[in-house]
Design a protein around this ligand. Structure first.
Ligand code: HH2
Length: 252
């Protein structure tokens, strides 16, 4: 899954893809490089961020989706029903919701009605404050229990279970040690029975581990997640990830 942030302030690529023509070209390049899907987002959720209105999110993502013309696999990174609805009408095949259907009570209905795929992500707290003091007794089992509960909620709202993937939310209300533990013990999350998505790309934990080349560090984290059973990797540097994962796959 290639990352396309149509925002001025995303932590690693803010501003790069604000122009819709540039953004659409970036999406096409990621698909050429081997991404199976491109995750288009119009709101930064970096630690400390405040969020934007639905109108602003639509203003950012709609011109990009229009330029892509519905012919390419797109996921919409949003928690807002109105943004998801418009993106699906423009061809998005998946909704990536970092609030796991807790942010907007209408989003579950939009996903259920349209039959698109859904990613449910774990987050402790909210972006503005989530990194102040994250705490867990047992991070792997608490995150798995939360995602199992949200999966049950999604199904109760009419969403097909086999359309849902789960994501422990690397960096969303977690310390460096929590993020590492979630990948080390990915089996606990896999036991819920759905595919797992991991987004370690360019996250600050890699820098805290001493990395100076963020792309290589992201690839290393992706490989660790892949070897433990993750099936979707969310990444900014698609070509490097596809190369590394293709080679790793050849050893299986
Ligand atoms: N991470 C970010 C945003 N959306 N969605 C899922 N499912 N999993 C993630 O790990 C994830 C996500 C944050 O990264 P990025 O999009 O690069 O930054 P920003 O939120 O600042 O736009």
């Amino acid at each position: 899954m290639g990352v396309l942030n149509v925002t001025p302030d995303s932590f690693s690529d803010g501003g790069v893809n604000l122009d819709p023509d540039t953004a659409a070209a970036s999406a096409r390049r990621m698909l050429e490089e081997g991404a199976a899907i491109v995750d288009v987002g119009g709101e930064s959720t970096r630690p400390g961020s405040d969020g934007v209105t639905g109108d602003e999110e639509l203003r950012r993502v709609v011109p990009v989706l229009e330029r892509l013309g519905g012919g390419v696999p797109v996921s919409i990174d949003t928690s807002k029903a109105e943004v998801a609805r418009r993106a699906i009408a423009l061809g998005a095949e998946m909704v990536n919701d970092i609030t796991a259907l807790r942010g907007d009570s209408e989003l579950a209905g939009v996903v259920a009605e349209s039959g698109v795929y859904l990613c449910l992500m774990h987050m402790q707290g909210e972006p503005r404050t989530m990194q102040l003091d994250p705490s867990y007794h047992d991070v792997a089992s608490e995150v798995a229990a939360f995602l199992e509960q949200r999966l049950g909620f999604a199904v109760s709202e009419g969403i097909r279970e086999d359309a849902v993937c789960l994501d422990p939310g690397i960096g969303f209300g977690k310390t460096v040690e929590h993020n590492l533990e979630l990948v080390r013990r990915l089996d606990v999350l896999l036991a819920v029975g759905r595919p797992v998505l991991i987004g370690f790309s360019r996250k600050s934990t890699l820098v805290h581990l001493g990395a100076t080349d963020i792309r290589s560090a992201s690839v290393a984290a992706a490989l660790a997640a892949y070897e433990r059973g993750a099936t979707i990797i969310r990444a900014h540097d698609v070509e490097a990830h596809v190369d590394a994962l293709s080679v790793a796959k050849a050893f299986v």
